[in-house]
Ligand binder design. Structure first.
Ligand code: GLP
Length: 260
């Protein structure tokens, strides 16, 4: 895994946006894997700015989101459908029919999950997957103990993840127990991964994922099986990495042809 440490969250988000813009320029029909949560907000803002000011064109892009809460429809303010519309889709020219998010209101979840996997295959697979990380090391909603070969399926959230995500819900509103999430196996099949991590709150999870053993107890550690995974962190999120200096050295001394 390539570890890139930027001085701030803003700088890290700009770098991730540049990488995605470069992909969309070189492949206008790119298939993007999208994430929710507070982590990718700066990235989405910058991509929207590039669309507005520089004509970055998403007309032929296809997107697949990682996950959705079971029981929440697209109009629920805490649903990931709503999140994506508000924070990204309404600011760019990605056609609605090219966007995919698991259906939280499905009445046949196994069938919905199978269809989601087959839509990804039909689109030619995901070129680049954006990921955040949960404070317990989850990616998507693959909680600790998820199979490292898992596919899109229903999962039960841990109390910690429900507490972490409670601020996105109204006062007195329960965070759903269940979600639909792309699996770790699904994520490992994408062609490139950008794992974003910001702030001290993520430092332990990132140290475990990047420098600890590969374990289903730290789902993000499975990214070591991915041949093209980049972790883009700010200083605070990288503060517990033992090889911090080495990662910086590698990045600074990249051969010219490897740079953006
Ligand atoms: C949720 C999402 C994840 C996200 C995580 C971290 O669990 N399903 O995709 O990475 O939250 O959220 P945040 O970026 O708000 O810290």
């Amino acid at each position: 895994m390539e570890v890139i440490i930027e001085s701030t969250q803003e700088a890290a988000s700009l770098l991730a946006a540049k990488m995605i813009a470069a992909l969309v320029h070189s492949k206008p029909t790119a298939v993007l894997g999208l994430a929710t949560g507070s982590t990718p907000l700066g990235l989405y803002r910058e991509l929207a700015r590039m669309h507005r000011d520089e004509g970055l064109d998403f007309r032929q892009v296809t997107s697949f989101n990682l996950d959705e809460y079971v029981g929440l429809g697209p109009s629920h303010p805490a649903s990931y459908h709503h999140f994506m519309r508000e924070n990204f889709f309404q600011h760019i020219n990605l056609p609605a029919q090219n966007t995919h998010i698991p259906d939280g209101l499905s009445t046949d979840i196994p069938q919905t999950c199978e269809e989601y996997e087959s839509s990804i295959r039909q689109a030619g697979g995901i070129d680049l997957q954006i990921l955040g990380i949960g404070s317990d090391g989850h990616i998507g909603f693959n909680e600790p103990s998820s199979s490292l070969a898992s596919r899109t399926r229903i999962k039960t959230l841990t109390p910690r993840t429900r507490a972490d995500n409670a601020p996105f819900f109204g006062p007195g509103e329960e965070v759903p127990q269940h979600v639909i999430t792309m699996g770790i196996g699904t994520i490992l099949e994408t062609r490139q991964v950008l794992l974003l991590g910001f702030g001290e709150k993520k430092a332990d999870a990132l140290a475990a994922a990047i420098e600890g053993p590969i374990s289903p107890l730290v789902p993000a550690s499975a990214l070591h099986f991915h041949p093209r995974a980049h972790a883009i962190l700010d200083e605070a999120a990288a503060s517990k990495l033992q090889r911090n200096e080495y990662y910086r050295h590698v990045f600074t001394n990249k051969p010219l042809w490897q740079r953006l």
